[in-house]
Design a protein around this ligand. Structure first.
Ligand code: SF4
Ligand code: SF4
Length: 74
């Protein structure tokens, strides 16, 4: 679920997606000077990073992962 990839050929390292992510999923690789996905499990598929990227380098799947059901006791 959530963010699938950052196209490094497109990414120019502007950092907008890193600032846009409310879940702090993305980080900046100072060597490559590109954004990368650091905490994938925290992604909530909100699409903010994809919408904010000026070069369309990010792809987010809108599908949510299946949650493990919590048992309910009566
Ligand atoms: S917003 Fe797009 S171009 Fe800018 S760092 Fe993120 S992926 Fe790269
Ligand atoms: S989809 Fe939302 S939560 Fe996931 S990386 Fe992008 S901005 Fe962050």
């Amino acid at each position: 679920m959530g963010i699938r990839k950052i196209d490094l050929d497109r990414c120019d390292g502007c950092g907008i997606c890193i600032e846009a992510c409310p879940m702090d999923v993305l980080r900046y690789d100072t060597g490559l000077r590109k954004a990368f996905i650091k905490y994938l499990a925290d992604c909530q598929a909100c699409l903010l990073c994809e919408m904010s990227c000026p070069v369309n380098a990010i792809y987010v799947s809108p599908d949510y992962e299946r949650r493990i059901p919590v048992p309910i006791y009566y």
